[in-house]
Design a protein around this ligand. Structure first.
Ligand SMILES: NC(=O)c1ccc[n+]([C@@H]2O[C@H](COP(=O)([O-])OP(=O)(O)OC[C@H]3O[C@@H](n4cnc5c(N)ncnc54)[C@H](O)[C@@H]3O)[C@@H](O)[C@H]2O)c1
Length: 344
């Protein structure tokens, strides 16, 4: 079955998915696109072969599955519209500007029984997959602590050039929700559930409701402790970069750069090393049937097969929203410890 894909939103991330779909080899056609920005809509159509449509409904009428790639505040309404028609949906993160909105969307896609997936990309990023592989080595012992620093330039400029990320009504909040929702998701994926947070935040750039500096202490249910530093700065020379350190009972692991590494490890008895670039990607591909995981391929294949969407789905993203919400509640109380409930 050739899956007819529609896009709502034709900006940066829609363009990324369009290219990734082309590379994926999945049996699909990008059939339709709508974006109220007509120039963007036309450019996306020219690049992808999609027919530009004047309305959201025209896209939903013409396709088998839809990507929701608008700014965040539009996600809930569009996901609900897709679910109401029984259409599989790939929604970008964050799901919504509020936890309640994210929960409603999750319930809507689950009630409709549609394939659903979310663009929490770090779970399929080669560096994180390599780190997960290293972390699974039983010689490591238990994880005691994690340190994750995530910084990028304030994304109302540069390659993002998006005014909406400076507008709380469309973005919901700043660096924690818009960007570091990826971080809490990948930390729980690697280390297990976070059971409490204690966070402080500030804003240096005068955008109301858009915090740009967050430091969160994370308590994991396993007893591990973590810290997450999430910053939007003004250094345009420095793109989005992460450094993750994982300290286990008998291992020290570190990751830089989401895609190409290096990932390094130190274990007893001289077992230390580093892997990056082509070698890192070849190793990851070897462990995944000879090719790098691709979220877009996984989505199209799930739609074609009519089977439940692959993780991360909306339920998984809702969990990340729960942790992010706890971080904001803690920061609002000056860093008080806030319990993070179980998933749901
Ligand atoms: N997974 C990731 O790593 C990642 C990376 C970047 C962005 N994102 C997420 O993707 C979403 C879009 O971000 P972006 O960088 O592509 O923004 P962008 O500004 O480049 O594009 C958003 C587009 O949505 C359009 N739009 C707004 N309302 C619409 C509607 N009702 N119907 C159709 N189009 C509509 C806008 O006109 C704009 O062109 C955000 O939620 C963002 O958080 C995820």
């Amino acid at each position: 079955m050739t899956v007819r894909i529609g896009f709502l939103g034709a900006g940066l991330i829609a363009t990324y998915h369009g290219k990734s779909l082309r590379r994926s080899g999945a049996d699909h056609v990008i059939a339709a696109v709508h974006d109220p920005d007509e120039a963007r809509c036309a450019a996306f159509g020219a690049a992808s072969g999609a027919t530009p449509m004047a309305t959201e409904e025209a896209v939903l009428d013409a396709v088998d599955a839809v990507y929701v790639c608008t700014w965040t505040s539009e996600h809930p309404r569009l996901v609900a519209a897709a679910a109401a028609r029984g259409l599989p949906v790939f929604c970008e993160k964050p799901l919504a500007t509020t936890l309640a909105g994210a929960r409603e969307m999750t319930e809507a896609v689950e009630a409709a029984g549609v394939v659903n997936q979310v663009g929490l990309v770090l779970r399929s990023s080669p560096s994180f997959l390599e780190l997960a592989h290293q972390l699974a080595d039983p010689r490591n012992g238990r994880v005691q602590a994690v340190v994750l620093r995530d910084d990028q330039f304030l994304p109302v400029q540069g390659m993002y050039g998006s005014t909406w990320r400076g507008d709380v009504s469309r973005a919901g909040a700043g660096t924690m929700l818009e960007h570091s929702i990826h971080d809490v998701d990948v930390l729980e994926w690697l280390v297990g559930p976070i059971s409490s947070v204690s966070a402080r935040s500030s804003g240096f750039h005068g955008l109301p409701g858009i915090e740009d500096t967050v430091v969160a202490g994370l308590g994991f249910a396993s007893g591990a402790q973590g810290s997450l530093t999430s910053v939007w700065h003004q250094l345009l020379e420095r793109p989005s970069l992460r450094r993750l350190e994982v300290i286990c009972e008998r291992a020290f692991l570190a990751l830089e750069h989401d895609v190409v590494g290096p990932v390094t490890w130190t274990r007893p008895d001289g077992d230390s090393g580093s892997i990056s670039g082509e070698a890192l990607m070849a190793g990851v591909a070897d462990r995944h049937g000879g090719r790098l995981p691709n979220q877009d391929r996984a989505f199209v294949e799930a739609v074609a097969a009519g089977r439940p969407g692959p993780d991360p789905d909306l339920r998984t993203a809702l969990r990340a929203h729960q942790v992010v919400d706890a971080v904001y509640r803690s920061a609002a109380q000056g860093g008080a410890a806030v319990a993070v409930g179980g998933p749901g």
